[in-house]
Design a protein around this ligand. Structure first.
Ligand code: SAM
Length: 237
């Protein structure tokens, strides 16, 4: 594998998200025209029906808690992230929606999870895996903390492959989005980092192979919104 051209050192990534935490939700909704929330709902629907009645899900790289709050419709959730300003927003939202008894937030590093092996019925991670300093190591930790039969769901950006749509999307994603992101957040870096990190991230097929490499079975992938995002699922045997 080629070395990454994008700086993904954990300290830099943490600082970057801390610097945009105040505008993160607003920009997500604006830049995706609210479609990001639709993708989180799809993630919940794919998982909910296979969870036991008193399930516990770990939402990793939980950020401001959008997927954790969505997954709380199925059972208890722990949202884990290493960026405190992002988590603080999540906590505020959980309180506002009176979900404090269902969702807890824990500060922790995805590469060294502060949980015992075999703890969780499901593990979700939305737009987080791409940011890890070492993706395969992160997947290994996710495998470890899932119980036997537990499901991992990775929601990530991908790039459309259909000619025409791909070019249009790339023009938006690499030229328009970074400008709007910089204008609204007041920070140049993070919204240029986004398309650069997506370009380097494995395709859904490659990600599926990484799942298998760490031990997941029944791996499947769903393209979302013309392939702008993908949901990849796998089971711990
Ligand atoms: C793009 S945000 C995604 C937030 C949320 N999941 C969502 O759907 O909006 C990525 C998050 O991953 C977190 N993150 C990146 N590397 C991490 C690591 N090694 N351990 C824990 N969190 C990490 C960042 O702090 C940030 O909050």
């Amino acid at each position: 594998m080629c070395p990454s051209m994008v700086d993904k050192r954990s300290d830099d990534v943490r600082r970057m998200f801390a610097s945009v935490a105040h505008r993160y939700d607003f920009l997500n909704r604006l830049l995706s025209l609210n479609i990001d929330q639709h993708w989180r709902k799809i993630t919940r629907r794919k998982l909910c029906h296979e969870l036991p009645s008193s399930s516990c899900t770990l939402d990793l790289c939980a950020g401001t808690g959008d997927l954790a709050l969505e997954m709380a419709k199925c059972g208890s959730v722990i949202g884990c992230d290493f960026c405190r300003p992002m988590l603080s927003r999540g906590l505020e939202k959980a309180r506002k929606h009176r979900l404090g008894s269902r969702v807890r937030f824990v500060e922790g590093d995805a590469l060294r999870l502060p949980f015992r092996s075999g703890t969780f019925d499901a593990l979700t991670i939305a737009f987080g895996l791409r940011n890890l300093e070492n993706e395969i190591h992160g997947l290994g930790e996710m495998f470890r903390v899932l119980r036997t039969g537990g499901t991992l769901a990775v929601l990530e950006f991908s790039l459309p492959t259909t000619p025409g749509i791909r070019q249009l999307y790339l023009a938006y994603f690499t030229r328009v989005l970074p400008k709007i992101g910089a204008l609204v957040s007041g920070r140049d870096g993070p919204y240029s980092y986004l398309p650069a990190s997506v370009r380097e991230f494995p395709t859904p097929e490659e990600l599926g192979r990484l799942f298998e490499q760490v031990g997941f079975e029944s791996v499947r992938s769903h393209q979302l919104t013309f392939g702008v995002a993908a949901l990849t699922l796998g089971k711990k045997p």
